[in-house]
Design a protein around this ligand. Sequence first.
Ligand code: BEZ
Ligand code: FE
Length: 289
Amino acid sequence: MAANIDAETLTSEVLQSWAQTPDERLRQILGSLTTHLHSFVQEVAPTIQEWDQAIDFLTKTGKTCTDVRQEFILLSDVLGVSMLVETINGQETPDATDSTVLGPFHMVESPGRALGDDISPESEGPRCVVSGRILSVDGSPIPNAVIDIWQADTKGFYDVQQPGTQSIGNGRALLRSDSDGQFHFRSVVPMYYPIPTDGPVGKLLLATARHPFRPAHIHFLVTAPGYRELTTHIFIGGSDYIDSDTVFAVKTSLVKDFRENPDPDDAAHYGVQSPFRHGHFDIVLHPEH
Ligand code: BEZ
Ligand code: FE
């Protein structure tokens, strides 16, 4: 590098330094990263102190990560990058159910349960029923699809957040769709909840006067041979924060009413007390090729 290098020459020298990268995609990514990062730094013109602060923030973000805590994913979430990546990839499969973020709470294996089971047996509160079908984009049912489900309880807590209060597996299930692609389960209607705020991402939200809440939702990860895996949620219509999810993950197609069903025969059919709330969610998968 020449002495007295100017900013423009510096950027082009860094770009040039990647030129021999054998992997074409990696070369493209590093080139774009360099261009955008240098232009960001040019625009912001950080002081040395501010740059130290930025490095310190990223260092703390890394140090906050453990086997059960992924602060970098949380950072990507609150910056809207996780959702941007989801959205870009979802453009390839416009006829499938919209995807949304995985989130950090898919960290333990869900217990296998039978169709119709209560997936939150340790949670208090009135029961709801969630039913739907797993379908291909042509409308045909997909039998035997694996449906991984996880949710918070009526106070907004996942099992993994309450050791000693909830057992691991409460609020979770691995179900299989039946021969007609259908599934249903009993549970409690989850509540909205804050993302973890005791780390650097929480400090960022505080410093920017942003709330940390996600609207009430139930996570689904659906797999079936020959189909693309789908990571999504069903959002509970009318939940607080439905219009201001702190991770920008709400898509209107995923918001479903959980209407009260007053019919005692329906309640008996599902094995719940009458009246109960019922959400319906058909999930459309896109063939792999
Ligand atoms: C979740 O829904 O579990 C979640 C998603 C993104 C950040 C934090 C939590
Ligand atoms: Fe969640």
